[in-house]
Ligand binder design. Sequence first.
Ligand SMILES: [Zn+2]
Length: 378
Amino acid sequence: MNDRKAVFLFSPEWDKINYPQGCPFDTSRAGKTLTTLKSMGILGGSHRKVVAPAVATRAELERFHRPEYLDAIKNAEKGILPPEAFSMGIGTPDCPVFKGMYDYAAMAGGASMAGARMILSGEADIVFNPSGGFHHAGPASASGFCYVNDVVLAAMELLDAKKRVLFLDVDVHHGDSVQSAFYERNDIMTLSMHESGKTLYPGTGFEDEIGTGKGEGYSVNIPLPVGTYDAAYKRIFKEAALPLIRKFAPDVLVMELGMDALSGDPLAHLHLTNNTFVDIIKEILKLEKPVLATGGGGYNVEATVRSWALLWSVLCGEDDHDMGIGLGGVMLETTDWLGGLRDRVLISDAGIRDTVDADINRVIHIIREKVFPYHSLR
Ligand SMILES: [Zn+2]
């Protein structure tokens, strides 16, 4: 099936803003992904288009964020940085002050909201906002390179339209602020697969965080050990996540496709290849529901761009068997892998595999014990 109406959200304006030198977050990844796709011809045809969405208005941002926090971001940009701003996380190494920060955050927020509306109106079946996925931003707190939580804003749009929403977050970091925003709701399930908070920021996302009140059983956390490799990741997805996703039966899926879980990412410690995310997206597409995908982390820029191009192709239903043909190092701006968009198979040490497997088994067991019963699953 390659006739899905797919929209890639991007504006050249966004390429003009970047985080300060030395900050690992690189806004150029979205534009580079688009360039890769264009050169491969994966954006042609009447079913696929690039749309530059509107910037979120102040009123739209205030649906989730506190007015004083939004003011603090604006003021920080003007050089006004009182102690209150710092206590909101603004001006820290992870959330530095830079020119255009408010506009960039509002653009990312506006884009994911626009994507949600395109899905609601039927204009799109698949939307990808690679400039989104700021899952750490809280109502009045900046954290982990995130200022405005576009994911929460987009999910709110869908929930207001009475849709059942499944948020699947495969960024290597726990989707903490999206989880908190919806912790008491049962019309949205948040499911985050991430490196364990024992070894990685933000230090949350453990198996026993399952929601409260009527939201109990609707927050799902799959913490993963250092060294988690493809087969282990796919196994826990299949045994712990997929039954919950199917049973929840969402109307719309929101996905965060941060590519910092890939092996070699400078900020994390998993051992995955992008082939795993291809398989996961293919499982998600079997549900035959619209998908709003966002970007997120991914601090090896080349690997992230290549993987996002690959995942967009798969989301579009493009058969990816011949994608490697004709692609060279010049186009992908690298010389170390000329084989196309897919990663090479990675081998793990047997000893590490055993340690990972034991921990994966433990987490599968806990989720089946603690979360499955809320959904009449065993
Ligand atoms: Zn991340």
